[in-house]
Design a protein around this ligand. Structure first.
Ligand SMILES: Cc1cc2nc3c(=O)[nH]c(=O)nc-3n(C[C@H](O)[C@H](O)[C@H](O)COP(=O)(O)OP(=O)(O)OC[C@H]3O[C@@H](n4cnc5c(N)ncnc54)[C@H](O)[C@@H]3O)c2cc1C
Length: 364
């Protein structure tokens, strides 16, 4: 949608093909429904890809301020929160989708929904994209069909085949920004408790990743912002260590801890306190250790069905600086279909906008 708007503004005739019944359903669900559209800390270091230099170059051509200008050019006001995450002032992701729909209509972009492209070919100088009920021909094509995370939004990974037909490869795919699974016993009684915690991923006793943020206990594992970030680094068999009081040192905690079941009042959530006390068998040293390093063994992730983003995709190395295919002139890629994934916090939508901008410049 972003690419269609950008291209239509350069007076190109654009046809947008969408397999779903409506445009932008995934966008309308982003950021817990609030639409975290970019981040003031956009930089290549927050992305994983096969070509970090190309990511850096694409991002250098489209800053977070450019993203805000682009979005506000369609309407609305977009503001960073205290953590640098940028949202629409009205905090409604569905309204961002509405902005796009209004702008696409205003620019006269022809939008065809319920059009799942199953074949893309180059015949002479022109491309032909076909779906069950029709076909369009075009001088250039932008494949922006997403990855295979969250298939309920139309992204089930089948669109990679459209690129493979031109000789492109697809790197191994895995779900990221996803809930982590643990054994249900390990989190029994904790479901629904949300904490602002320190989180570490350990493999073979060595720390692989650590961060601070929300951890939410679920019926079969953990979710929340910190877990999403950690999910890029964790796999089955790893240990998660949760520090429920990252700002409080052992000595202060030990001094504050009173004896008995209510000894944790005003230290942690009461429900959490009850569970920790029971697990420690009331033993003080054990309780202190659970408060600072609560261990959970990862048994897996919730998979693509629950993931926000796909790691892997069409290698950037198979595209030029404007994200045009090196194997087929006139075929471009934008967004998550490429082998680029960003951290949690607006980085993935920013990649969608920034890559669309590169394509627009390539098609000038
Ligand atoms: C629940 C959730 C929350 C998220 N929250 C955030 C957030 O707050 N901030 C952030 O930066 N990122 C977030 N993300 C990630 C972000 O939404 C994606 O990275 C981004 O939408 C990718 O954009 P895209 O245009 O490449 O692909 P998509 O948004 O996935 O769009 C691809 C479109 O192509 C269509 N399509 C697929 N195959 C075909 C075909 N063969 N023919 C025709 N159409 C086809 C699909 O139906 C889909 O509409 C979230 C993701 C999810 C699932």
């Amino acid at each position: 949608m972003a690419c269609a708007v950008m291209l239509a503004r350069t007076k190109k005739q654009v046809v947008l093909l969408e397999r779903g019944g409506r445009l932008g359903r995934k966008l309308a669900a982003t950021g817990n429904g609030q639409g975290n559209v970019t981040n003031v800390r956009i930089a290549a270091e927050h992305y994983t890809s096969d070509d970090p230099q190309k990511v850096a170059k694409v991002l250098a051509r489209f800053s977070w301020e450019d993203a805000v200008r682009f979005l506000e050019g369609m309407g609305g006001i977009f503001l960073p929160d205290g953590r640098g995450r940028v949202y629409p002032a009205g905090r409604q992701a569905s309204a961002v989708t509405d902005l796009f729909r209004r702008e696409l209509a205003r620019l006269g972009v022809e939008t065809i929904t319920d059009a799942r492209v199953t074949s893309l070919q180059k015949r002479g100088a022109a491309f032909a994209a076909a779906w069950a009920e029709g076909e369009v021909r075009a001088d250039a094509v932008v494949l922006a069909a997403g990855g295979c995370a969250a298939p309920n939004f139309g992204t089930d990974g089948t669109a990679y085949a459209l690129a493979e037909a031109f000789g492109h490869t697809v790197t191994p795919l895995s779900p990221v920004l996803v809930r982590l699974r643990t054994s249900p016993d390990a989190v029994r009684g904790l479901r629904g408790i949300r904490v602002d915690a320190g989180l570490k991923v350990l493999r073979g006793g060595k720390a692989r990743f650590s961060c601070r943020g929300d951890v939410l206990f679920t019926e079969n594992g953990v979710s929340g912002d910190a877990v999403f970030r950690a999910s890029s680094y964790a796999e089955a068999g790893d240990t998660l260590l949760i520090d429920f009081l990252p700002e409080v040192g052992q000595d202060r905690l030990s001094a504050a801890l009173k004896e008995g079941e209510d000894g944790l009042l005003c230290i942690v959530n009461n429900g959490l306190a009850r569970q920790l006390y029971a697990r420690a068998g009331g033993e003080r040293g054990r309780l202190l250790s659970l408060l600072k390093a609560f261990p959970l063994t990862v048994t897996g992730t919730l998979g693509f069905a629950e993931a926000q983003v796909t790691r892997g995709g069409i290698p950037l190395k198979e595209t030029d600086g404007d994200l045009m295919s090196k194997l087929c002139g006139g075929l471009y890629f934008a967004g998550e279909i490429l082998n680029v994934d960003g951290a949690c916090g607006g980085y993935n939508l920013h990649w969608a906008w920034a890559s669309a901008n590169a394509v627009k410049e390539g098609l000038r």
